[in-house]
Structure formats: structure tokens, C-alpha cells
Ligand binder design. Structure first.
Ligand code: FAD
Length: 455
């Protein structure tokens, strides 16, 4: 599939002779593609679309290829999440996660409206059951009011109002509302992004598993990229070995720039390219979801418990899908394999105990194992900050108590034209359009990233 699709596109865009060059044993004079993105999830799609759109407007001879190992796009983490458009409450005032979540949220609402992607600004409540949890809500509220003025609005909901609006929800100590939070149909979003990407000349190759990468050095003193150091790896582009997942056939292709947006597979891609001292270890935190088939108690907004600092997720929360169906999850279960996607039904009793704290009237008979997703983690912790105490210290907070770990998005030092994305867990869906724009600007502009996680 990969070879056929790429070959067809090359014939129509850059000519078959380019493909022939990719099979030579020396660095190619000109790469087959300008940009190759590994990973067809929502983030890879968004990056691919941003680059193709830039090319169409400014450099029509440039080409963009998106590689995905499965037969369909977006079947891993991008379709196994809560589909929440996050407000940006949790990640400290200066982190990359906050910056991209807030920008991405606004871009996503506008995109959904413009392209008829189903979405809804439902609002969300974070509910506290005791004084210590209430204290956490105050910290979040104060951080948002002081350091994220106007961009992350929050407000405390009075007891009377809370009882009136959500009589089924228990919040003994207090409710903090995030009015900007919403939900999105992630599948429809990916369909829209793919359509735009292909309309702008981009090529999608599914069943295309990247199994080998060689960073090529230019043998001539003058590289085609005038900003590049010709002795650096990547100065003559990258040669990828791509195995067709359906036939096992291997192909080789070259690209001037390479973007690693492979989600759970991104750690392995990192380790294929960078030297051993820059290898990363992956941690995987499964989140199990449980569906709810009863119509009572009726809830019309998202409800989250207060997240303990350093937790691997936000806590088993209540979300709604576009049809108004309630589901609960995700919990946090550390697993060793990124393929361990079966829902752990044995965790249902623990989930019920968590849900009952804020929804005491839940009908436990109506709960059933639904699906699971896996968070790609750079550390065995770290979904959220500590409500502002960390003041956006990013991954330094790892040692300081909160365990917060930021997104890792970098143009790798010493490797020309290689952008590496690691640990793109929540709020990656919310942030996808802002990440796409950032990576585009890193490759075709001069954007630098401050505050990314350190390895
Ligand atoms: C339980 C859970 C709940 C979440 N809830 C939310 C939420 O409510 N809101 C929010 O904003 N975010 C949420 N997230 C985060 C969000 O889902 C992710 O950040 C986002 O989907 C990541 O997209 P991606 O494209 O980086 O990764 P993926 O969707 O995993 O895509 C990566 C793709 O790369 C492909 N790939 C991997 N290796 C290779 C290879 N060698 N060759 C070719 N292809 C390869 C994979 O097959 C995959 O399709 C949640 C995540 C989880 C796990």
C-alpha cells in the first residue's frame, strides 16, 4: 500500500525519477519528499496539514508524506481518549502544555465550527469533597486568575446553584467551573484534517510501518539547506525503511525533514535515530473506560474529581459524548506493553468507589467495560501540575514533588531538520492544531520551543 501510494503520488507530483534515486546507496541529491511525518494520529495529521497548507501557499513544489503503520489513521490513542477540549487548568502558568492547550482550544473551536466537526462547549465542574480538596481548587482558581488572566477562566459555583443545576452531583466542599471546556468528535476531526491535507497536495500512506531510519550527511560542502551544517546527521536528509504491514514488503524512501509524531511508537523512533546516550525509556499508563447505560442520575456537564498531585491521570471522571451518553474513566493502570489495550474489567469496583464519591446515585448494574487508551509517558507519573505551586517549572517539578512532566517537542540539536515529539499525552487532542502550527514554524520559520520537557 505504501509503495503503491507513494509511487503514484510521486509520479503525479515529483516524477518517478525521484523515487529511483531513493534506492541508491549514497546520499540522494534530492530527497523524494520535503517533509515526512511518522504517525497518523490527530497530532501527526495536524502537523502534516499545517505543512501541506504552507507548501501549497508558498512552495508548491514541496511535498509532504504522512506514514501510518495501521490500515486506517487514528486508531491508537487519538481514538481512545475522553474527547474533551480542555480548558487548561492543570499544567501551571508557563508550561508548553498550557500554552498549546489554550491556543489549541481556541483554534479547535474555530476549526470545528468552520468544518462542521461535531463539538459542544459543555463546561466542566471539578468537585471537592473535603477541605484539602477545596484548597486544591483554590490554588487552581488563583493561578488561573492571577497568571492566566482571561485565557483560563474559572469560577466557584455556589451551593444552591450547584444543587439546582446538577442535583445528582455531590460536592461536599465546593465546585470549580471551567466554562471553556467542551467535547469534540475526534473521529470527525481526523476525517476533516485528512481531507484538508489531501486537498492541499499531501500524501497519506497507510500500512506503512517505519522500521529503519538513517540520518544522511551531505558529502558536498554546500547543502541544499543553506542553514544546515553539512557535516551534521540529517544535513542530506533521512532515509527511511518502511515495511508494508499487509505484505511485509520493505521500501526505502528519502526526505529532507522528518517529524516523529508516532505517539506510543515515538520512543522507538527516537531510539532509531539518536545515539544511545540520547535514547529514551517509555512508560505506559493505561486508562480504562466504563460505559453507563442508565438515564439517571441525569448530568449535563463534565464532572471531574480533584486530581491528586503527581497522579498519572486526571482521575476517573464523568464525560459525555456527542450523543449525550455518559461514560466514566480513565483510571491509571501502569502497563509494560503499548499493545495492552484490553479493558481491565477487574478494575470496575475501584472505579465505582471513585464515581460514588461525586455521583452517589449511580446504578452500578448499568456500568460495563467499554474501551481503554494508553498514555505515552516520559516518566512514571506526571499528568498535572500542583495547582500552581510549581509555577510552570516543567519537568523540574519531577524532583520537587508534583511529578509534572511537560510535552517534549524539539528540533533535535545536531540533527538537521528533525523534529521530535515525545510524551504527547493529554491535552494532546485539545492542543493538536497549535502543535501543528508550532512544528510548521520550527521547520519553515524560526520558532523555538521554551519549556519543553527535558529527557
Ligand atoms: C486515556 C486517555 C485519555 C485522553 N483524554 C484526552 C482528552 O480528553 N483531551 C485531550 O486533549 N487529550 C486527551 N488525551 C491525549 C490525546 O488522546 C493524545 O495526546 C493524542 O491523541 C495524541 O495523538 P498522536 O497523534 O500524538 O498519537 P496517536 O494517536 O497515538 O498516533 C500516533 C500514530 O503513530 C503510528 N505509529 C507509531 N509507530 C509507527 C511507526 N513505526 N511507523 C508508522 N506509524 C507509526 C501509530 O500507529 C499511531 O496511529 C488522552 C489520552 C489517553 C490515553
Amino acid at each position: 500500500m505504501f509503495a503503491r501510494t507513494a509511487r503514484r503520488q510521486l509520479q503525479s507530483s515529483t516524477g518517478l525519477s525521484c523515487l529511483a534515486r531513493s534506492f541508491s546507496s549514497t546520499a540522494p541529491v534530492r530527497a523524494d519528499f520535503t517533509h515526512v511525518i511518522i504517525g497518523g494520529g490527530v497530532v501527526g495529521l495536524s502537523i502534516a496539514r499545517a505543512l501541506a497548507s504552507h507548501n501549497a501557499a508558498h512552495n508548491p513544489s514541496n511535498t509532504t508524506l504522512l506514514l501510518e503503520r495501521h490500515p486506517h489513521l487514528g486508531t491508537e490513542t487519538s481514538s481512545r481518549n475522553s474527547e474533551v477540549i480542555h480548558g487548561g487548568l492543570y499544567y501551571g502558568p508557563t508550561s508548553l502544555k498550557t500554552r498549546l492547550c489554550v491556543a489549541g482550544r481556541e483554534q479547535l473551536y474555530a476549526f470545528c465550527k468552520a468544518h462542521a466537526v461535531p463539538h459542544r462547549k459543555t463546561g466542566k465542574w471539578v468537585v471537592a469533597q473535603d477541605a484539602s480538596q477545596l484548597e486544591s481548587l483554590h490554588q487552581i482558581h488563583e493561578t488561573c486568575a492571577r497568571e492566566l488572566v482571561g485565557v483560563v477562566p474559572t469560577r466557584f459555583v455556589g451551593k444552591e446553584e450547584a444543587r439546582r443545576l446538577e442535583p445528582g452531583v455531590r460536592a461536599h466542599a465546593g465546585v470549580l467551573e471551567s466554562p471553556e471546556t467542551g467535547i469534540v468528535d475526534s473521529h470527525a476531526l481526523m476525517v476533516a484534517l485528512r481531507g484538508l491535507f489531501e486537498d492541499e497536495g499531501g500524501v497519506v500512506a497507510v500500512n506503512s510501518n517505519v522500521v529503519g531510519i538513517e540520518a544522511l550527511r551531505s558529502s558536498s560542502p554546500t547543502s541544499s539547506n543553506s542553514n544546515s551544517n553539512s557535516s551534521n546527521p540529517g544535513s542530506a536528509g533521512y532515509r527511511l525503511t518502511v515495511r508494508d504491514s499487509s505484505t511485509g514488503e520493505a521500501s526505502s524512501i528519502t526526505t529532507s525533514t522528518l517529524i516523529n509524531s508516532a505517539g506510543l511508537g515515538a520512543f522507538a523512533i527516537n531510539n532509531l535515530i539518536l545515539p544511545p546516550e540520547r535514547h529514551v525509556r517509555a512508560y505506559f499508563a493505561k486508562g480504562n473506560y466504563f460505559s453507563y447505560a442508565a438515564s439517571a442520575p441525569r448530568v449535563s456537564r463534565l464532572v471531574y474529581p480533584v486530581t491528586p498531585p503527581g497522579a498519572g491521570g486526571l482521575g476517573t471522571h464523568l464525560t459525555l459524548d456527542m450523543a449525550g451518553r455518559v461514560r466514566f474513566g480513565p483510571d491509571v493502570e501502569w502497563v509494560t506493553s503499548p499493545a495492552d489495550l484490553a479493558v481491565s474489567a477487574a478494575r470496575l469496583p475501584a472505579a465505582i468507589a471513585e464515581i460514588r464519591k461525586y455521583l452517589p446515585g449511580i446504578d452500578v448494574e448499568a456500568l460495563a467495560p467499554d474501551y481503554a487508551g494508553i498514555r505515552p509517558k516520559l516518566r512514571p507519573a506526571g499528568a498535572v501540575g500542583d495547582g500552581g505551586k510549581d509555577k510552570g517549572k516543567g519537568d523540574k517539578g519531577d524532583k520537587g514533588g508534583s511529578g509534572f512532566v511537560d510535552f517534549y517537542i524539539r528540533k533535535e540539536d545536531g540533527y538537521e531538520g528533525f523534529v521530535n515529539l515525545l510524551g504527547i499525552e493529554s491535552p494532546g487532542l485539545t492542543s493538536c492544531l497549535a502543535i501543528g502550527a508550532l512544528v510548521r514554524d520550527m521547520l519553515v520559520g524560526s520558532a523555538r520551543v521554551e519549556g519543553s520537557a527535558r529527557l
